[in-house]
Design a protein around this ligand. Structure first.
Ligand SMILES: [Zn+2]
Length: 259
């Protein structure tokens, strides 16, 4: 379940009990997190720093992904700090003190954590990445580092829900071919919508992650929540994207205590 904490950021209850785990989503109050043009780079940097400071990290090492709607998950380390990894929509690391970030305005941010192996991962998933199985690839990337799917907790952050996700035939075809025909919904008025969150959950379960390990932010449609940016709602007036971040703080022990 998604909830807003007293710092004004969204967190997921399933991932909240780990004291050394930073896992959160920004809101419009923190400003735009992704530069649309070169002129916005400085402002975005400031916004990201402010957001991460709020989360308790003063000098964070951040890695981002190019986000091209691919299914690629890149293994990164501290050497990649400050990089925007080309050709990737997902990132994974076993290193502490490194924060992985993706940016969304309707697409889904997927955050994953293995508390036994101390590995964190993140992915950006729209209909294309989902059809190309980016969630499955994220689980596979954990397995390559020695994780068992049973030990992976996954949080799916705010994104567009089926109520406002009308799609064209090309999307329906691709989604159906990818095995998500059940997530295509037709309204009485003849419009076609897809349920991206359910498709991602199905994909994760298919990859071996127990359903009980998956925390989905239901009833948190970006189109309906003025706290969040929405490409569909704002169209050409879209002025930003929120950040989703996951990382392990360096030099602290894990704890089951509530934050
Ligand atoms: Zn909606």
């Amino acid at each position: 379940m998604l909830r807003k904490n007293k710092k004004g950021v969204y967190t997921l209850t399933r991932l909240a009990p780990f004291k050394n785990l930073v896992c959160a989503f920004s809101t419009r109050d923190f400003g735009n997190m992704k530069p649309f043009s070169k002129g916005q780079v400085a402002e975005v940097e400031k916004n990201r720093r402010n957001f991460l400071k709020t989360l308790g990290s003063k000098n964070p090492n951040v890695v981002t992904a190019q986000q091209i709607h691919s299914n690629q998950v890149a293994l990164v380390g501290k050497n990649d700090s400050g990089k925007n990894v080309t050709g990737a929509d997902g990132l994974i690391t076993g290193e502490k003190g490194l924060f992985l970030m993706v940016f969304v305005a309707d697409c889904l941010p997927i955050l994953a954590y293995d508390s036994k192996k101390e590995i964190v991962g993140i992915a950006h998933a729209g209909w294309q990445g989902t059809s190309e199985k980016i969630a499955e690839n994220l689980v596979w990337a954990f397995q390559k580092l020695g994780s068992k799917p049973n030990d992976i907790l996954v949080g799916i952050g705010p994104g567009i829900e089926f109520c406002h996700y009308e799609v064209r035939n090309e999307v329906v075809d691709k989604f159906t071919t990818a095995g998500f025909g059940k997530m295509v919904l037709r309204s009485l008025s003849g419009k076609t919508h897809i349920d991206l969150k359910q498709a991602v959950v199905d994909q994760l379960v298919g990859a071996g992650v127990p359903k009980a390990n998956i925390d989905v932010s239901l009833k948190m449609c970006t189109y309906e929540n003025p706290d969040l940016y929405s490409y569909r709602r704002e169209k050409e007036k879209l002025s930003g994207e929120i950040a989703a971040v996951i990382g392990l703080l360096a030099g602290r022990q894990g704890s089951k205590d509530e934050k």
